[in-house]
Design a protein around this ligand. Structure first.
Ligand code: GDG
Length: 452
């Protein structure tokens, strides 16, 4: 079988149990069973870019990384990727910043990526580029003469056309996608938005999965990312998970646990979630002292102002709610700005009666899937899931909520905590069935089969 070359912004070197984002977790799993190569940024900054390649082997995955210089990181990563595209793709045009230097840095780094990875690509390799940081990479590879199959997968939502046109040079960005053979999205909904843009803004021709624009064609598909089901099941049944579970339960003193785990990001709806929780305690005073919310929120992208702002807002909000509701022997929200090892997360998920996964917009959301897999089949907890997460199209047996409505969140918490065992088991089984069929290996195979 031909080799798979994966390219993403960051290469995460496999640390057992270390904290990682959703994409890193998935790619590690997708590559481990496949003698592949993973290329990207090391996460290190240097004074001047040299293009020096660092090749290593990590847990069965060969990685090749480069360092970026300060200007690259500012304009490409903290700039166009995380100040312009991320907010725009999550429907937050109010937060999106447009600076010409960001766009220039974005293209420069994409070119640097392409120029450096090209010599590592062998004839017959399939190349798979990931996420919004690297949209124009394929275009550069083609310009350099790369004839391999090259595909692109977007982990975030694809925004509606009316939002996307707020981006200067939006057409140039979308046109560059036509360098790829296959372009994949998490859900039919994001795919639909992409097709709409191609038709209305580019005047492209759509025939089934094939979109033609001038003499270029691509296949656009929905291909939802899954968990490494076996790995996570094993993690949640491990001794360390048991320990974390027991420790969590002991600290609760028979109170019911609601859990949340999210990178600290405004797209995850944390403020709205806490408003919903406050509403729940206000509407159900008898539940005060009986229920505890544990929110794990490791900080991310701390150099970007909107992330500093959401962090400060959440500090104030949790402080205020805890101050208003707490008793000397009970605190409603335990809010931790740190990452925990993956196995410990699995144990904490299992200790919970319910999870609040309430992003305002999310490409997929793997936490929702992890929570379900970690449950005890005899006594599963309930997933409360935002209808604006891609995962809601698959996990239809979760309690689906509108995360903007504090009342709906409060009602869903009440329903979850009172749900009879039989109903919890039925919903859990249905969600497990979906996830067993569509795990991370299924995702990789589906995409690469299209590509090849
Ligand atoms: C992007 C898209 C899409 C979180 N805290 C800790 C920790 N995590 C892990 C979770 C989960 C991952 O990070 C987060 O993944 P999500 O999918 O929830 O969200 P994003 O990071 O925004 O990921 C998303 C994903 O890409 C994949 O395509 O689903 O829509 O936005 O695995 O467990 N892990 C550890 N400690 C923590 O404290 N170990």
């Amino acid at each position: 079988m031909s080799r798979l070359v994966v390219i993403s912004n960051r290469v995460s070197k496999w640390k057992q149990g270390g904290a990682q984002g959703g994409l890193a977790v998935a790619l590690n799993s997708a590559l481990r069973q496949n003698n592949g190569l993973w290329f990207g940024w090391s996460g290190q900054r240097v004074e001047t870019f040299t293009g020096h390649l660092d090749i290593e082997e990590h847990g069965g995955v060969r990685t090749a990384t480069i360092d970026l210089d300060e200007q690259d990181v500012d304009e490409y990563y903290n700039g166009f990727a995380n100040r312009t595209l991320w907010p725009l793709f999550h429907y937050r045009i109010d937060l999106a910043e447009y600076e010409r230097s960001f766009g220039e840095g974005y293209e420069r780094v994409n070119n640097r990526f392409a120029d450096t990875v090209l010599p590592l690509i062998e004839p017959g390799d399939a190349v798979w580029v990931h996420d919004y940081h690297l949209i124009p990479l394929g275009y550069r590879l083609r310009k350099l003469g790369c004839n391999n199959k090259v595909g692109f997968f977007l982990h975030t939502p694809w925004p509606p056309t009316r939002l996307l046109v707020a981006l200067p040079y939006h057409q140039r960005l979308v046109e560059s996608l036509f360098a790829y053979d296959v372009v994949g999205f998490q859900t039919e909904e994001w795919l639909e938005s992409f097709r709409h843009y191609c038709e209305k803004e580019l005047g492209a021709n759509i025939d089934g999965e094939t979109i033609s624009y001038g003499d270029l064609t691509l296949k656009a598909i929905a291909c939802p990312i899954g968990l490494d089901h076996t790995e996570f099941l094993a993690a949640s049944q491990s001794e360390d998970a048991d320990k974390a579970h027991d420790k969590m339960r002991a600290s609760l003193q028979d109170r019911k646990l609601i859990v949340g785990v999210d990178r600290l990001d405004y797209s995850k709806g944390l403020e709205e979630r806490f408003n919903g929780l406050e509403r729940f305690f206000t509407d159900n005073p008898e539940q005060q002292r009986e229920v505890v919310m544990v929110q794990i929120a490791p900080p991310s992208r701390g150099e970007v102002e909107s992330y500093q702002e959401i962090r400060a807002a959440l500090d104030a909000q949790t402080g205020r709610i805890n101050g208003a509701f707490a008793h000397v022997d009970w605190t409603p929200i335990r809010y931790a700005n740190r990452g925990y090892p993956r196995v410990e997360l699995a144990g904490i998920y299992r200790a919970a009666k319910a999870a609040l996964v309430t992003p305002l917009r999310d490409g997929m959301n793997l936490v929702a899937k992890e929570f379900v897999v970690a449950q005890d089949p005899e006594d599963p907890g309930v997933l409360i899931l935002s209808r604006f997460a891609g995962a809601s199209l698959q996990l239809t047996e979760a309690l689906l909520v509108n995360p903007y409505s504090a009342e709906e969140l409060s009602d869903a918490i009440s329903t979850a905590l009172a749900m009879p065992l039989e109903e919890r088991q039925r919903r859990w089984r249905a969600m497990m069935d979906v996830m067993e069929k569509t795990d991370v290996i299924w995702w990789r195979e589906k995409f690469t089969q299209y590509l090849r």
